[in-house]
Design a protein around this ligand. Structure first.
Ligand SMILES: [Zn+2]
Length: 119
């Protein structure tokens, strides 16, 4: 994949999901920049202003050969950080990261799972 293709997929996912995540009223800034070695994406959100900046390291995503599913998970993870950023004041960074990772797993499981039967 090229950086251009990765960027298009990220944009598509953010556009497709922001409503589902209740972020339609938020201003989401997307940035494409180099990040620290361990990270392919990051999120800086200001809950009180409903404004967040999501940064994606396109070159690192390409270098690591992340596929469609992994890119989607990355976008999902960062959007969940936006959703959860109001809790920043009450939780340590590690706790928040664990919470977001748990939610990511749950959301992923829900979209893969068959529709629950009505009982
Ligand atoms: Zn995270």
């Amino acid at each position: 994949m090229t950086t251009g293709e990765v960027k298009r997929l990220i944009l598509r996912d953010v556009k497709g999901w922001r409503g589902v995540f209740g972020l339609d009223e938020w201003t989401l800034h997307l940035r494409y920049d180099r990040l620290d070695d361990e990270m392919v994406a990051s999120c800086m959100a200001l809950w009180q202003y409903r404004e967040a900046t999501l940064t994606f390291d396109l070159e690192q995503i390409v270098d690591r050969e992340l596929g469609r599913g992994a890119i989607r998970k990355t976008v999902l993870h960062e959007l969940l950080h936006v959703v959860c950023c109001g809790y920043q004041r009450h939780h340590k960074r590690e706790q928040l990261e664990a919470m977001v990772t748990d939610l990511e797993r749950i959301v992923e499981h829900c979209w893969k799972a068959p529709q629950p039967k009505d009982s």
